[in-house]
Design a protein around this ligand. Structure first.
Ligand SMILES: Cc1cc2nc3c(=O)[nH]c(=O)nc-3n(C[C@H](O)[C@H](O)[C@H](O)COP(=O)(O)OP(=O)(O)OC[C@H]3O[C@@H](n4cnc5c(N)ncnc54)[C@H](O)[C@@H]3O)c2cc1C
Length: 340
């Protein structure tokens, strides 16, 4: 049994199988709907159901009974009970709904695993000969061990033209995929990815960019920097990167070397817990305080690109807005935890 889902005000329709959520069915049909955690916890995929009826599964926590009574639904947890018509936000465009790189599943092999810090792994994954995984810099994929249904989200650190896939993954205590990386992973392992997902990416403007990342939030920023380098961009770019101590910093020389190709690039690493006698000459303190301290001119015409844990992003958005940046020019990817 399947039901028809229509997206208003566009003429876009797809069918949804009985046990699929509307979000899953959209991905299968190559339709990109906005979403966040994909398991009912963040509310990013909330929409109005204009016609027809949906049932929410048990994961739907970011929606109230009152909202459900008013025909609001979370796409990642909604199962249609009949044909439905969904109303999308006014600012959706047809191009966004039908992306250049539709979601697909690919088998893949772990080629290399390197620990770049004590708790961040760099993975290089290769696709079967002749297969290609296209994506925009800033997007993410879902990955699992072949045959395991516990998919986890990670952002690509490379750019699509490289052929393979590079990820930066922070170990989560007792995390499902983290445990595999720490205890079992070895070159040659068979994995599955699906994607690409997400709207995080570089705008098509020449506006100055303020990039802020912490920990493995480096991944999509690295991908964007690689793309900007390929495009020989002359945009002013400041990259603020927060870590606890020197042992949590990685790829510093590689990032600094972007300034050879990007004439207006500045890299500002900052350490929040570095001992005072360590000899560290760079910035100290929380990365958001460092951004606030070093930003003396208005950010009215600039764009923000933020990536990392939710708390850091919320604080960074406040700082950028306090410096004059418009909310609509702040793009971010929150690294939400899958198991919660
Ligand atoms: C769009 C998107 C892109 C992402 N990209 C990346 C990326 O590029 N790199 C990356 O590293 N992560 C990324 N993440 C986050 C990543 O998907 C989650 O951290 C994921 O849950 C890790 O999977 P896991 O199987 O290792 O851990 P899970 O099995 O999901 O478990 C994580 C467990 O760790 C616990 N935990 C979390 N933080 C702490 C803490 N500080 N102390 C103690 N316990 C804790 C949680 O409560 C949970 O029980 C992204 C997330 C999203 C939504």
């Amino acid at each position: 049994m399947s039901y028809k889902v229509t997206l208003a005000p566009f003429d876009v329709e797809f069918s949804c199988e009985e046990n699929d959520t509307i979000l899953e069915a959209a991905f299968k049909a190559g339709v990109a709907l906005r979403h966040g955690c994909k398991h009912g916890g963040c509310g990013a995929c909330k929409v109005k159901v204009l016609d027809g009826c949906v049932e929410h599964n048990d994961h739907a926590t970011a929606i109230s009974e009152a909202e459900i009574d008013e025909d609001i639904a979370l796409l990642c947890c909604s199962l249609p009970e009949e044909d439905v018509v969904i109303e999308l936000n006014d600012d959706y465009t047809l191009e966004e709904l039908t992306p250049e790189f539709p979601v697909a599943e690919h088998p893949l092999t772990l080629a290399e695993l390197t620990w770049v810090t004590h708790d961040i792994a760099h993975l290089v994954l290769t696709l079967p000969e002749g297969e290609c995984f296209g994506f925009r810099a800033g997007q993410y994929l879902e990955i699992s061990l072949r045959g395991d249904e516990n998919f986890r989200s990670f952002s690509m650190a490379n750019i699509s033209t490289d052929g393979g896939v590079e990820l930066l993954i922070k170990l989560m205590p007792n995390g499902h995929f983290s445990r595999y990386l720490k205890d079992q992973a070895c070159a040659g392992d068979a994995l599955t990815i699906r994607g690409p997902f997400g709207q995080f990416g570089i705008s098509d403007t020449e506006a100055p960019m303020v990039m802020i990342a912490g920990g493995s939030g480096m991944a999509p920023i690295m991908s964007m920097l690689r793309q900007l380098k390929d495009e020989k961009s002359t945009r002013p770019i400041q990259f603020f990167y927060g870590a606890r101590s020197q042992e949590d910093l990685f790829w510093v020389d590689q990032i600094k070397s972007f300034s050879l190709d990007l004439p207006n690039f500045e890299f500002i690493p900052a350490l929040s817990e570095e001992p005072s006698d360590s000899g560290w000459q760079g910035e100290k303190g929380l990365i958001t305080d460092v951004v606030a301290r070093r930003t003396v001119e208005s950010l009215r015409g600039s764009e923000g690109y933020l990536c990392g844990p939710q708390g850091m992003i919320d604080a960074a958005v406040d700082v950028l807005k306090s410096k004059g940046m418009f909310s609509a020019r702040i793009r971010f990817d929150k690294f939400l935890i899958s198991a919660d």
